[in-house]
Design a protein around this ligand. Structure first.
Ligand code: SF4
Length: 567
């Protein structure tokens, strides 16, 4: 396997062999290891010493279900610590087929010219992107697809990334070529903008699949793995039927649905924004639920959302976005929320960070709660780079500081996802301790915590913080966790796949220990960047302000949070 190293200072492109020591690292494990090895933890995230690394998983380029997610790693401008963010779409599949394990973008541009990176079977080249500058992700992709065809996969930044805003994401195209998949968190788009790279085009659809060493064993294991995913009631039924929006009602029922800037845990218009409502509406309109963002995913949690006239508004319309751009803003109309989601995808913005920032601006009285028009105009202002947009585009923490609001739902400067930690305390523990900032994907699914007793929350957070990190090393979609964590047959099939592709036998313990090793690398980076245990805390207001209607506070003691990281 190979690595492309792109130095934007001299506009050089080098192909290197992947070091042997990185062979069993994939996705999060790979990008975090490269960042830790090559980036000064104290550097300016938007300066020349920071790097942006795309890395594929262990099964990239194969037909293993849900295996072609790509990770991006960097030092985050939002948190100041190490960052890994992952996205779906076929890019990982194509990179794997092309034999590319990682793309490292480094250095600092010497002028104001934008470029894009084109990768295909003949090599890689940095090309001028003049005509793409200033475009949103949708238009930029259309222009690139006109040139290279619809089969290529694209990573792209919008106006927010060009403005180097801390809420900027990097979009990835789905299998239809639409930029609906997102490397969402931590301001990774700002780092790409600082390197003046507008897009990465990957042309690998027509290259053959990676062949395993043991074809028969892999064929059987792959089948068993897919069967395990389909047998699980969440990954085999709820997600394809309702998408992640199935969580809207579940989280509302336990009183943890962030509503009006985390001031309540239930939303009076929940029935209009639920997964059930979305499936019913989209079935009538001819939209699609049960959509696979990447070829071969059997879970198919994604969707294509149409308006009443049958025109596509958005895709990959997730629970997190529905909550942060919906209930958190007091907006209870799915079409309106879908429009906000589309704008964020087009401008290259993290829906969670922007939803949290606008919620704070609404609490400050700058914008009106419940006003779709105000939220829409606020997102436009981020893309334009107006003064208000510049504030909101820096995320929830800066917005709260500028407008004097104390209810700022962040950890390590990153906005919380759609689970109020007062209502789901184990999720709060995960938000607190993960090296990534408040990240809901760093532990088990929220339902694991919901089903557990109060006294089990911390031990579950500790166990699954490690297990989720191990799974992240594979590049498998996190929705495989429902089966991998709970069904020994699926886990066994996964270990068989590793054996079949890498000719190495590992035990279950070896596999979970990958999680510990990766976490140690990331925690060490953050320590060198200046983080102390005080960074691993839930905001003070959540300890004192009771969340309506269940009147609960976050009450896991700090010492117990600290113990989660003792392994
Ligand atoms: S489960 Fe959903 S997000 Fe994961 S790879 Fe499949 S369609 Fe994409």
């Amino acid at each position: 396997m190979n690595v492309y190293r792109i130095d934007v200072s001299g506009r050089t492109v080098k192909k290197e062999k992947l070091p042997q020591s990185y062979r069993l690292l994939g996705a999060r494990g790979l990008v975090s290891s490269i960042i830790a090895a090559e980036v000064d933890p104290t550097c300016d995230p938007l300066g020349p010493k920071n790097k942006l690394v795309f890395g594929t998983g262990l099964f990239a380029g194969t037909s293993v279900s849900s295996s072609s997610r790509t990770s991006v790693g960097t030092k985050s401008p939002l948190t100041g610590g190490i960052k890994e963010s992952s996205a779906g779409g076929p890019a990982g599949l194509y990179l794997g087929k092309l034999g590319i394990k990682a793309i490292i973008i480094e250095g600092a541009p010497q002028d104001d010219q934008w470029h894009y990176l084109k990768i295909d079977k003949d090599g890689a080249a940095l090309l001028p992107a003049g005509e793409l500058a200033g475009l949103g992700c949708y238009d930029a992709c259309k222009k690139l697809q006109k040139k290279y065809g619809n089969k290529c996969s694209i990573f792209v930044i919008g106006q927010a990334g060009e403005h180097k805003m801390f809420a900027a994401n990097i979009a990835a195209t789905d299998k239809e070529g639409v930029p609906t998949r997102q490397f969402g968190r931590g301001g990774v788009g700002a780092v790409m903008g600082a390197k003046k790279i507008k897009a990465v085009v990957i042309d690998g659809a027509d290259v053959g699949y990676v062949q395993p060493l043991d074809k028969e064993a892999v064929k059987n294991a792959s089948k068993k793995f897919a069967q395990g995913l389909l047998k699980n009631p969440v990954s085999g039924n709820a997600l394809p039927k309702y998408g992640t929006a199935v969580l809207v009602n579940i989280i509302n029922n336990v009183g943890a649905l962030p509503t009006r800037n985390f001031s309540a845990g239930t939303f009076e218009e929940v029935n209009q924004i639920s997964g059930e409502a979305m499936t019913e509406l989209q079935t009538k309109r001819g939209g699609k639920v049960g959509h696979a963002c990447t070829p071969g995913c059997v879970i198919r949690c994604s969707n294509i959302y149409l308006d009443k006239d049958g025109n596509e508004i958005t895709g990959g319309f997730e629970y997190e976005s529905i909550c942060l751009l919906g209930s958190n803003l007091g907006i209870g109309n799915l079409d309106d929320i879908a429009h906000l989601n589309r704008l964020c995808d087009d401008y290259g913005l993290d829906t969670i960070e922007v939803g949290a920032a606008i919620g704070i601006a609404m609490e400050a009285g700058i914008l009106l709660f419940g006003s779709f028009a105000a939220a829409k105009e606020a997102i436009h202002s981020i893309a334009r780079g107006d003064v208000l947009g510049r504030v909101l585009g820096q995320g929830a923490k800066v917005t709260g500081q500028v407008f004097g609001i104390n209810r700022i739902p962040v950890v390590k400067g990153q906005a919380m996802a759609a689970y109020d930690p007062r209502g789901i305390k184990g999720m709060g523990a995960i938000y607190a301790v993960t090296p990534m900032g408040a990240d809901h994907t760093a532990g088990p699914s929220c339902t694991t915590f919901i089903k557990a007793k109060p006294e089990e929350q911390v031990s579950l957070a500790k166990e699954y913080h490690i297990k989720a990190t191990a799974l992240d090393n594979t590049g498998l979609c996190r929705f495989c966790s429902y089966s991998v964590f709970n069904d020994p047959d699926t886990l066994h099939a996964l270990l068989e796949l590793i054996k079949g592709y890498y000719n190495i036998e590992i035990t279950t313990d070896d596999f979970w220990n990958w999680g510990k090793k990766i976490l140690h690398i990331e925690l060490d980076f953050n320590k060198k960047a200046g983080f102390t245990v005080e960074a691993n805390r839930i905001p003070e207001f959540m300890h004192t302000e009771e969340l309506r209607p269940n009147e609960v506070v976050f009450d896991i003691p700090n010492e117990e949070l600290d113990n989660i990281l003792k392994f």
